[in-house]
Design a protein around this ligand. Structure first.
Ligand code: HEM
Length: 486
């Protein structure tokens, strides 16, 4: 045995050396914490943490600390990303680590964690390298829910929902012309009623009723059964193929309700930004109008078959989402396992914020990022954003305004068509402009006075709406009346 001892010792030393070398090879020499503003013991950056419109400060800090930096608040690490490449690398390429959600305590308590947008998904470690999403029941629910969402919101299904979107757009324009002071309500009604009709198959005369039914539906599962007998809708789609999606009643109720929630307030916010932008940039309103006149003409209203022929409408819609992102800091993604990025430590449990406000103002991609300039999607000169051919691009499909990685918004196709038809119908029928005083002077409007929350929209402002021709409003009114029972 004695003669083997040096041999065993040599083997042991070789193994230790190998382990050491592998570890050195796999790790950068120094793993540092991400840069970021200096905090205080225990509370970290709590005092400096912006209490409203955090996206503005997150961008400002980004200009000092670089495209990725960290903040700490009471021991929780926030990783803030201000450029698209880093966000893609972490949230998309390493999506298996970066697709969890924060514990939104209140919502989790109220929904049992079943709101699809915040439900946790966990990643499974395999020999230290994490490749796959864990197949535990909580993840399984998210996967089944996403499968269902993809099937009702996918690009081949969305044209099915066009007539409802078009109908709500006509009703919105007619009322907007009659009483622009209530614009928020008209836009909200268009968004909510389209969503309730698509989700539950129910036509609603007003937004209040929409809210009432939505609450009842999420609380009482049997409502879905009744409503699923109505015209084609997400609920009916599920009830006809429930075996295929393998979602139980309760699960389906939450998935469908989350789709309603995701779909109702978001396009509304962009449409409010549209009204504000048209007051400030009448030159773009003219370009929109000229394009619609040339392609659609004055005899008929635009419809969703025109989408490929109206690139300026699509460019305006995409620029609105860039310039005034609806969800300016996105929904944070929780990191499942410790990670390293370019020599920096990203700890498990950190919340990664892809700051859309900053990402959408990255200098190389979006020169003069604070300017509203739809040209950047239309002109070859903007090589970073322009894409051929104009019959297809610009498109807002998979644009970073809808998030990045596995948790990307499943509703972007529906949103694209809803925004298109609302903008095209409004611009076909009427001009939006700043209000004037009795002396004929334009009343100034703030360029950026927006609410602060998960979503952000312009605070109430007033503008005038002037129909190009009374006949056009009549055409839309007739279209609404014909489509009333869709
Ligand atoms: C202008 C319109 C919209 C915008 C800007 C928007 C934006 C977003 C963003 C930023 C996220 C978070 C993505 C992430 O975590 O990376 C999200 C998630 C989500 N959105 Fe949208 N959305 C819009 C419309 C819609 C519509 C029309 C629906 C449904 C019909 C919808 C349903 C959802 C759902 C279910 C999620 C959660 C996905 C998950 O966590 O797995 N959204 N959306």
């Amino acid at each position: 045995m004695k003669e083997y001892t040096p041999l065993i010792s040599l083997w042991a030393q070789t193994i230790i050396l190998l382990v050491y070398l592998i570890q050195r090879y796999r790790r950068p020499k120094f793993i540092r914490d991400l840069p970021g503003p200096r905090g205080y013991p225990l509370i970290g950056n709590y005092i400096d943490f912006p209490k409203s419109h955090p996206w503005l400060k997150f961008k400002e800090w980004g200009d000092t600390y670089g495209p990725i930096y960290q903040l700490k608040v009471f021991g929780v690490t926030y990783v803030i990303i201000n450029d698209a490449e880093t966000a893609e690398e972490l949230l998309s390429e390493r999506g298996f680590r970066y697709s969890g959600r924060s514990n939104f305590e209140m919502i989790t308590m109220m929904t049992g964690g079943m709101d699809l947008a915040i439900t946790a998904i966990k990643a499974k470690p395999c020999n230290g390298i994490c490749h796959q999403t864990d197949r535990r029941p909580s993840n399984d629910y998210w996967r089944r829910g996403r499968k269902f969402a993809a099937s009702v919101l996918g690009s081949n299904m969305v044209p099915k929902w066009d007539p409802v979107q078009a109908r709500e757009a006509t009703r919105m324009v007619v009322d907007m012309v009659c009483d622009p002071t209530r614009y928020q309500f008209w836009l909200e009604r268009a968004s909510t009623c389209a969503s309730v009709r698509l989700t539950f198959g129910k036509n609603l005369p007003g937004a209040e009723e929409a809210e009432y039914h939505t609450q009842r539906i999420t609380e009482r599962m049997h409502e879905i059964e009744r409503i699923a007998e109505n015209p084609p809708s997400f609920a009916r789609f599920w009830s006809e193929k429930d075996d295929h999606y393998n979602l139980e009643w309760r699960e389906a109720a939450y998935v469908i309700a989350t789709l309603h929630g995701g779909g109702s307030g978001t396009t509304l916010s962009t449409m409010q930004s549209y009204c504000l932008a048209m007051c400030h940039f009448p030159e773009w309103q003219k370009r929109l109008h000229d394009e619609i006149e040339q392609v659609v003409g004055s005899e008929r209203a635009p419809n969703l078959d025109d989408i490929g022929n109206l690139p300026i409408v699509r460019a305006v819609s995409k620029e609105l989402l860039r310039w005034r992102p609806v969800v300016p800091i996105g929904i944070p993604h929780r990191v499942a396992f410790d990670d390293e990025y370019e020599g920096y430590r990203i700890p498990a449990g950190a919340l990664v914020v892809a700051n859309q406000w900053g990402i959408h103002r990255e200098k190389q991609l979006y020169p003069d990022g604070d300017e509203f300039d739809p040209e950047r999607w239309l002109d070859m000169w903007y090589s970073s954003t322009y894409e051929h051919p104009t019959a297809k691009y610009p498109t807002i499909r998979r644009f970073s305004a809808f998030g990045i990685g596995r948790r990307i918004c499943p509703g972007y196709d529906v949103a694209e068509r809803a925004l298109f038809i609302q903008i095209a119908s409004l611009e076909w029928a009427c001009r939006i402009k700043k209000k004037k005083t009795v002396n004929g002077e334009e009343i100034a409007l703030p360029l950026y006075e927006y609410s602060s929350g998960v979503t952000s929209q312009p605070l109430n402002f007033q503008f005038d709406v002037e129909p190009y021709e009374a006949r056009r409003v009549e055409v839309l009114k007739n279209a609404w009346e014909e489509a009333i029972d869709l």
